[in-house]
Design a protein around this ligand. Sequence first.
Ligand SMILES: Cc1cc2nc3c(=O)[nH]c(=O)nc-3n(C[C@H](O)[C@H](O)[C@H](O)COP(=O)(O)O)c2cc1C
Length: 290
Amino acid sequence: MPVKIEVDPALCTGCMRCVQGGLWGDFKLGSGGKAEYTGDSGLCIECGHCAAVCSAGAVRHSSFPGTPEEIDPSAKPSYAELMSLLKLRRSHRSFKKDPVPGEVIDQLLNAGVLAPSAVNRQTIQYSIIRDPGTLEQISKRSLESLRRVVQMSKSPVGRLFMRLAAKKAYKDVLGMVPKMERIVHASAGGRDYILYNAPCLILLHAPKTDSMAGENAAFNAANILLAAETLGLGACLIGFVTEAAGMDSSILRLASIPGERAVYSALVVGYPAVEYRRAAPKKPIVAAFI
Ligand SMILES: Cc1cc2nc3c(=O)[nH]c(=O)nc-3n(C[C@H](O)[C@H](O)[C@H](O)COP(=O)(O)O)c2cc1C
């Protein structure tokens, strides 16, 4: 259905911000000194910028009912502040037993949804698992998936299946098998190498038909990772769970995720038991300036 974009003349102050905003010349100033939408709404990518550029809240977009929250453009953190947060962020794998309260998780999700998404579709939804029994089940099922991959890698037929499933990433997956095997063996001692006994697991899921779901989820999860640090929490992406959820539909059922959706990102969250004093070591930047 085509979107509808309108300017409320009662609110428009004729400030011309929408006209000058470079929005493809879609707004014109009408004879009454009020802006009017004259563009082709079929070209709209639903970015919501037309509503966001209007300080009077006069631009209405059918995809976004209501007026967008007002923001202070001067309230940007400095580069130094951002770098400090980026350096403080670590993948946490050691957690206190304290539960993560629902209102704190709401804060994380409020950060997640602010991430960019392709064509602003915002298809990512969340499943938050805090029930200890369900966390244990998901950890066990994910470990079982690892065990199955290790087993598959031992036979020519299994490797063929892996090659078909992993395509260009086949060699990479095969190279991971020795580590997976070690994790499977080490887990027999009862230690949780998958979820690290975290009190909370957040699964980001989207329709399987969404061609950009992987990237959308990654950006969304990155916001959550950063927000977690600011709230005194620690988080870690768990690719093993993302992979396992694609192989074992019982994980989707445990997380109440409908079958037409898939998990694109998984992260554990909790109050960290370890405080880091140094930034994560990173390899030198490789970049070509053309
Ligand atoms: C896509 C992705 C999947 C990951 N999966 C796991 C995982 O399954 N288990 C884990 O302990 N860490 C996982 N990590 C965390 C990485 O190991 C971590 O980001 C890396 O070691 C760098 O450390 P840092 O995040 O503290 O900078 C994953 C990271 C990404 C980006």
